[in-house]
Design a protein around this ligand. Sequence first.
Ligand SMILES: Cc1cc2nc3c(=O)[nH]c(=O)nc-3n(C[C@H](O)[C@H](O)[C@H](O)COP(=O)(O)OP(=O)(O)OC[C@H]3O[C@@H](n4cnc5c(N)ncnc54)[C@H](O)[C@@H]3O)c2cc1C
Length: 396
Amino acid sequence: MSGGILWTSSSDERMQLYGGGSRLLGNVVRRAYPEAISWLKRQGIKMSGARKVLSGFGYQIDIVEYLEECRRTVERTEGYVVCGTSVQSLLKGRSGEIVGVRTVHSDGAVDVHAPYTLLATGGYQGSAELRARYIHENARNMLVRANPHSSGDAIELALAVGAQTSEANRGFYGHLVSRSPSWGDERFFSLLAQYHSEHGLLFNENGYRFCDESTGDHNNAWWTVFQPNARALLLWDRRVQDRYATASSIPGQPGHDKFNVAMDHGGEGRICRDHADLLAFANSVGFDGERLIESLADFNIRAETAWETLVPPRTEACRPLNQPDFYALVVYPSITYTFGGLTIDANTRVLGPEAVPITGLLAAGADAGDVYGQGYAGGLAQAMSLGIVAAATAGW
Ligand SMILES: Cc1cc2nc3c(=O)[nH]c(=O)nc-3n(C[C@H](O)[C@H](O)[C@H](O)COP(=O)(O)OP(=O)(O)OC[C@H]3O[C@@H](n4cnc5c(N)ncnc54)[C@H](O)[C@@H]3O)c2cc1C
């Protein structure tokens, strides 16, 4: 499913500003990234030239070829990759160290013994219960734009042997999408995502702005979960439509008219000629149209003459939306993967009570908590960099 853009922040400062998680773990991802890229090159994985991505740079890789090469690497050393296998429990040694796992497969249960066990089940976005517990009650019914199997198994397995979770971290990576009866078909995960929301304005049902839209659509998705009925009205004008909402978000790939795509697949939206039209549409979909128009007028005046007084502020693109037509679309947050996971140290060792590592137990990727907070600087980098560090901890 992944777009295969292996990127991360271009400096520690940007990682902190845009990743927003633990400084220690953000730096671990950045420090191990060159080794991850170099390993890929040694395996002969094809890569694009370097390109700008959000707060950093990265490369497009062929993700399917990459996964196949991972499989071949395991098999070259006489290992096995066994799909359709789940883990029932972690096996403990005499001193409480982890010595392997009990796996469950259609052929039966098999104990696999190893000096190190790496948990990498991809986060807990697939579990409505855990989303409600760790993020917010509104997250229970959130749309999932990810594989359906990552439902927090690693967290449950590790909690059973005394691991700690970063419970304060309610962050996740996702995007705002229009509603569609076709949701669930993975082709729509990108097609319906409103990446250009960072150039528009978001209003909640009460007609108020509620976040700094300009810090990125992934942040906007997060903020929207906490709004009434976990939805928002996304507004943009002709300038944003021409420049961003119809442009490709990935260099070299074709752009789509995001409004048209949303409407063709059941979205709730309208192209409004003027404010009266916008007011009527907002009221018709359950938003406070009068207040929304006031909020828009207030934003437009301040954006041109008093940007420093904007509440919520505007960190990046700060331009009025005053060029009709106005595009109004009701949007919902969708989740790709979660940031709150198992507490680890800089060597990816899972920590138990009083931050003491649980011997033999490692975590990487989305199962490793606190790498990002309210932000994002690459999901594949988080998986690959921490994977490289975990391999080193295990003696590679
Ligand atoms: C549509 C889409 C586009 C994306 N594009 C990008 C992109 O361009 N760049 C980027 O950096 N990131 C992107 N991402 C995010 C990126 O794919 C993830 O951040 C990354 O794959 C996470 O890696 P992981 O190893 O932690 O988990 P995953 O890659 O999700 O792997 C976890 C695996 O564990 C399996 N699993 C779960 N539970 C169990 C269990 N109990 N037993 C056994 N197996 C289990 C799951 O089935 C899954 O195969 C995208 C994601 C999506 C959905």
